[in-house]
Ligand binder design. Structure first.
Ligand code: PLI
Length: 461
């Protein structure tokens, strides 16, 4: 019998320029972590070796994007570059009206102000930090309607981003459809571990919400990664391109907010999109208050050119295979060392389950925060807490206690090599070996909003 050799694959690009990194000692990293209040957001990036804090704005642009920068039209009004970006959004995503913003949360601010009234309810497939905060600041209340499997790190459901329609129905019964301006649907749910929603579930949701006359607003920050999972896992989509799947996802929704800093392969930018003229008109009124004129919304012309090219590149099947494939490689490597990770491995990062990594700590010891600090001290690898600190406090002042207490290893697109990912997995394995000695943290400074960015901690003794 012939031996079937497993064939490797590699990235569909090569390097043209490199950024040199500073190498540090353990003693230097211990000092840097203490100075940063045991919060990886407060480290200086020059003290970081491999930066897996976020995939947001950390992408490497292509030669085509860099040359597009030179074509930026920096006119205050009516910039050519705006029309290039608008054209790409309409062509590839299919939304009618576009409002550019400086990044995703700028779009969330405007959309929430336009659509949400005090006392409104916004059901969604798990919260995201900035999205929920803007909903709350506009007077709304977020209700989680994601499937239960999403809250279990080890459940291998292929579509942990799905909505539980029974949960949605209960919310509609309790509050009435009139108090629900929209259902908030993220493609590739960040806080669940980069988990996709299936087309089947989205279609069922669409049928239900149309009956009830409720909009679907799409957080499309990682829509192409979600489309890749649909192509790989959902019956009937094996032969469809990512470009086609993305267009179909968008067609099942009424509007969107987007952080172009992720999928769209740029370092800054975002937009709001809608198919409703009245919503667009109101958003266009507000964008001049908060972001800038409606043909730049806080962006330079060159940023909009890079987004237009980035959107197109993000929909290339080979690109997504390499992007998600690299994350999967890192997840598999960690698993081979027995490290507890969220399964299935997500689209934009590997999420380590801090509760089972550090079972001797309670959630009030901030285990994921403590683990992220240890990983940095061990290796210079920067990760991020996605647990109780990120969840913040309820409007009544109590902590939210999320079921998931995770450390996120977020992989920037087109930035690191396979050798870097090996180094990361080995570093976590080294911390895993001495896990029993890791102590919890105390929060000594807590900002009012989005505390995870600036909170400070000290080790518990
Ligand atoms: O960081 P912004 O303002 O461009 O985008 C906000 C935002 C909205 N939705 C989702 C799903 C996000 O992941 C998101 C930002 N995420 C960050 C910064 C992250 O590190 O995951």
């Amino acid at each position: 019998m012939d031996t079937i050799l497993k064939r490797s694959w590699a990235e569909p690009y090569k390097m043209k320029m490199v950024e040199l990194l500073k190498m540090t000692t353990r003693a230097q990293r211990s000092r840097a972590m203490k100075k940063a209040g045991y919060n990886t957001f407060l480290l200086r990036s020059e003290d970081v070796y491999i930066d897996l804090l976020t995939d947001s704005g950390t992408n490497a642009m292509s030669d085509r994007q860099w040359s597009a920068l030179m074509l930026g039209d920096e006119a205050y009004a009516g910039s050519k570059s705006y029309y290039h970006m608008e054209n790409a959004i309409q062509k590839y995503y299919g939304y009618k009206y576009i409002v550019p913003t400086h990044q995703g949360r700028g779009a969330e601010n405007i959309l929430s102000k336009v659509l949400i009234k005090k006392g409104d309810i916004i059901p969604g497939n798990m919260y995201f930090t900035t999205t929920r905060l803007h909903q709350e600041l506009a007077g709304g209340k977020f209700v989680d309607i994601i499937v239960d499997e999403a809250h279990d790190p080890f459940n291998e459901h292929p579509f942990k981003g799905n909505v539980d329609l029974n949960k949605l129905e209960a919310v509609v019964k309790k509050y009435g459809a009139k108090r629900i301006p929209y259902v908030s649907i993220a493609t590739n749910v960040n806080m669940a571990g980069g988990q996709p929603i299936s087309m089947k579930n989205l279609k069922e949701l669409r049928a239900y919400t149309q009956k009830k006359n409720i909009r679907i607003i799409h957080d499309m920050t990682r829509v192409a990664e979600n489309a890749y999972f649909i192509q790989q896992r959902e019956k009937g989509y094996e032969k469809r391109s990512i470009r086609e799947i993305v267009k179909e996802i968008c067609s099942l929704t009424d509007g969107a907010t987007m952080s172009a800093k992720k999928d769209a392969l740029v370092n800054i930018g975002g937009f709001m999109a809608t198919n409703e003229w009245e919503v667009f008109e109101e958003a266009r009124n507000l964008v001049v208050v908060y972001e800038g004129l409606h043909t730049y919304g806080g962006l330079a012309g060159r940023d909009m050119e890079a987004i237009a090219v980035g959107i197109e590149e993000s929909l290339n099947d080979h690109h997504q295979r390499a992007r998600v494939g690299q994350v999967e490689y890192l997840g598999n490597k960690m698993e081979s060392y027995g490290i507890p990770i969220v399964k299935p491995v997500g689209g934009h990062g590997v999420f380590v389950d801090a509760k089972s990594f550090l079972p001797h700590l309670t959630q009030d010891d901030f285990p994921a925060q403590a683990l992220a600090a240890e990983i940095y001290i061990e290796s210079g690898v920067r990760t991020m807490e996605r647990g109780i600190v990120s969840a913040g406090r309820k409007p009544n002042g109590e902590h939210y206690y999320p079921k998931l207490e995770l450390v996120r290893f977020t992989v920037p697109r087109r930035v690191y090599t396979q050798a870097h990912t090996d180094v990361v997995a080995e570093a976590v394995a080294a911390v895993f070996e001495r896990r029993k000695k890791i102590k919890g943290l105390r929060m000594v400074y807590e900002p009012k909003y989005l505390r995870f960015f600036q909170a400070r901690f000290e080790p518990k003794v």
